[in-house]
Ligand binder design. Structure first.
Ligand SMILES: C[S@@+](CC[C@H](N)C(=O)[O-])C[C@H]1O[C@@H](n2cnc3c(N)ncnc32)[C@H](O)[C@@H]1O
Length: 280
């Protein structure tokens, strides 16, 4: 077993333990009321059962201010998630998603999926983890929504791109988990017609200590450890490559997304992060 897998395994056990003790303390009631849904009609007992059936790592509140889902661990996602997320509102203002088909990569537990469904004509949501696919379907079903949701590791080379065909892609918190982010970015031209909303960590040039070659071109990156399949937020492999921002932009332009606008750069606990829009 590799070092990252052992570390991932131990971390997973610690987080599970943290979660079990948090579950005992975390109230079911008392949150800011959220969207109306079938959850509103459940008894507290039924909702608690639903919250325990799946391994939720985020929660939203129902119209009665009750928790639907669970926190991840420690201090991660301890507030009800906002729907729609402000980046989705901004994406709609920029691209006008009405009647458009949006692909959401790394849908996690369906929180952004619900936000996108408020604007887009059609939403397809994919994630590399089956349990996230199931949670997204349940979360959306409870809100009377039925997006296309399926398991897909966007890094797999043998993709049927027709399943991913869309007008716009919502790409938040996933690129920096990939082992081969350059090939993934370059492949967007096969299935994204009009535009990209990308929110990702990147590497500063002074931090990029390795490089790899794709299609004869060398790309610098910072190697980042990932915990593999077992860890809910992680990439699927032992490491990811954090790219230089200039290379991310160059790949998008190479795909035909000539208009790239960086709207925000922020410094987060794990490193620098960017929000950008790219369109044809
Ligand atoms: C940090 S979470 C971000 C979730 C969500 N997009 C958000 O912003 O809240 C990363 C998500 O990407 C998924 N993921 C990781 N590697 C992936 C891959 N190769 N293909 C598809 N999804 C992947 C994970 O399962 C997880 O749901």
């Amino acid at each position: 077993m590799s070092f990252s897998r052992v570390k991932g395994f131990i971390l997973g056990k610690i987080r599970k333990f943290q979660k079990i003790s948090l579950a005992k303390k975390l109230p079911l009631n008392g949150y800011k009321p959220g969207l109306k849904s079938y959850v509103d009609n459940l008894s507290d007992e039924d909702l608690s059962e639903l919250n325990g059936l799946l391994d939720w790592n985020s929660f939203i509140s129902d119209a009665n201010g009750r928790r639907f889902g669970m926190v991840a661990w420690g201090s991660k996602r301890i507030e009800p998630q906002e729907i729609p997320d402000k980046r989705i509102v901004a994406m709609h203002q920029r691209f006008n998603l009405n009647g458009q088909h949006v692909l959401e990569v790394g849908c996690f537990e369906g929180v952004h999926t619900l936000g996108l469904l408020q604007y887009a004509g059609k939403v397809t949501a994919v994630d590399s983890r089956m349990d996230h696919v199931v949670k997204t379907i349940v979360r959306c079903g409870m809100h009377e929504k039925s997006p296309a949701v399926f398991k897909c590791d966007v890094e797999l080379k043998s993709q049927d791109y027709s399943l991913l065909a869309c007008d716009f892609i919502h790409h938040v918190g996933v690129l920096y988990h990939l082992r081969d982010p350059i090939s993934h970015l370059l492949a967007l031209k096969h299935y994204v017609k009009k535009g990209v909303m990308l929110d990702t960590h990147y590497s500063l040039s002074e931090e990029a200590d390795s490089s790899y070659i794709v299609d004869g071109r060398e790309y610098s990156y910072k190697r980042y450890m990932e915990y593999g399949k077992k860890e809910s937020f992680s990439g699927m492999y032992d490491h990811s490559k954090w790219l230089l921002l200039d290379d991310i932009v160059a790949c998008l332009k190479q795909c035909g997304f000539d208009n790239v606008e960086i709207v925000e750069k922020r410094s987060e606990r794990n490193g620098p992060r960017v929000l950008l829009y790219a369109s044809t």
